[in-house]
Design a binder for this molecule. Structure first.
Ligand code: 2P0
Length: 334
């Protein structure tokens, strides 16, 4: 036997998510408590598959996309396993083998699918008694956005109340329904390279130095309420408008950090222009951008082919992929 049913070994799959109301800024760095709540769509493309097996070795072994992880990438995984071990009252080290089908570190939420899959597989391998809410809180400690990838469909990650244990217990993600909206997300990959400034460092600098951070966070709380209403009434133009303004506001807040942080490239701007042109032509298409140059375009399923053609026409550098609502993290039966 092998896989999830095996003693001390498990394999999990998780998908990335794209936030329509962004997470940008922590109120507690150690516990990964966010300043604001956020809302995302889990995707059905670019899965991460992660195997965790307990080993009789003096240290954890981590293999990411076929290569031994070193430096910060290794430390993040080993620290996360320390947390799982302390909760499970176990001491064994683990071998972690993770493969990511999408571009890693290019602002396409690879850390979200990565830590959602790792939390799910590690909890099973170490026999940690954790329901989905506990897994979401656990995944949050690896990467904030990973808390949302535990669940499929539209997901809200609650900022939670207070600090310390109260904050930790109340800051989790949960699905909110609304699948009837069933939009397409055309992911316009313009650059596969890893970003120069990590989102972790960028959000820290934005919170600490940007005069526009607090206004964005305040407006984002309003966006979160409005977004949930728009999803509930299946109002795609409203969902798109809120998502676009929230993302542009997040980028404005980081552009105003000291020194400023700019993830948008000339290619990103060209795609944003194409989205405006689509809207001028009557197509309900709306852009969102994470901590990287790639632009994601929200539209109706029926318009995805037209949006894809318009993005391809921007230039050969645009490589669009279409995603829909995808599933939450799952264990792979052994
Ligand atoms: C999001 N992003 O809501 C936002 C929008 C990027 C832009 O969550 O420090 O990798 O590990 O909690 O989750 C990316 O930040 O940061 C992110 P950490 P994470 O999707």
């Amino acid at each position: 036997e092998s896989g999830a049913t095996d003693a001390d070994a498990a394999v999990a799959v998780a998908h990335p998510n794209i936030a329509l109301v962004k997470y940008w800024g922590k109120r507690d760095e150690a516990l990964f408590l966010p300043v604001t709540g956020s809302l995302s769509m889990t995707l059905d493309i670019y899965p991460t598959t992660t195997a965790v097996r307990l080993i009789d070795e003096p240290a954890d072994v981590v293999v990411l996309n076929g290569r031994p992880a070193v430096g910060e990438a290794y430390t993040r995984v080993a620290r996360f396993l320390d947390l799982v071990r302390s909760r499970a009252h176990r001491t064994e080290h683990a071998m972690v083998v993770s493969t990511n089908a999408g571009p890693t570190g290019a602002g396409l939420a690879s850390s979200a699918s990565g830590f959602a899959a790792l939390a799910t597989a590690a909890a099973a391998a170490y026999r940690l008694d954790a329901d989905d809410r506990a897994l979401s809180r656990l995944a949050r400690r690896g990467s904030g956005s990973a808390s949302r990838s535990i669940f499929g469909g539209f997901v809200v990650w609650h900022a939670g109340d207070g600090d310390g244990t109260a904050g930790d217990l109340s800051s989790y993600a949960e699905p909110i329904g609304g699948e009837a909206l069933d939009p397409a997300l055309v992911v316009a990959v313009v650059d596969h390279a890893s970003k120069a400034v990590s989102s972790r460092d960028a959000m820290r600098r934005t919170v600490a130095t940007s005069p526009f951070y607090r206004p964005w966070a305040d407006s984002s709380e309003i966006d979160l309420v409005e977004m949930q209403k728009a999803i509930a009434r299946q109002d795609l133009p409203a969902v798109g408008e809120i998502a676009e303004r929230n993302a542009l506001g997040m980028h404005a807040s980081m552009l105003a950090a000291r020194p400023g942080i700019r993830y948008l490239s000339p290619q990103s701007i060209a795609v944003l222009d194409a989205v405006l042109a689509l809207r001028a032509d009557g197509v309900a298409a709306y852009a969102t951008i994470d901590a990287g140059p790639n632009v994601t375009v929200l539209c109706a399923r029926a318009d995805a082919a037209r949006v894809t053609a318009a993005l391809r026409a921007v230039g050969d550098f645009v490589d669009p992929r279409t995603a829909h609502l995808g599933p939450g993290a799952t264990l792979v039966p052994g």
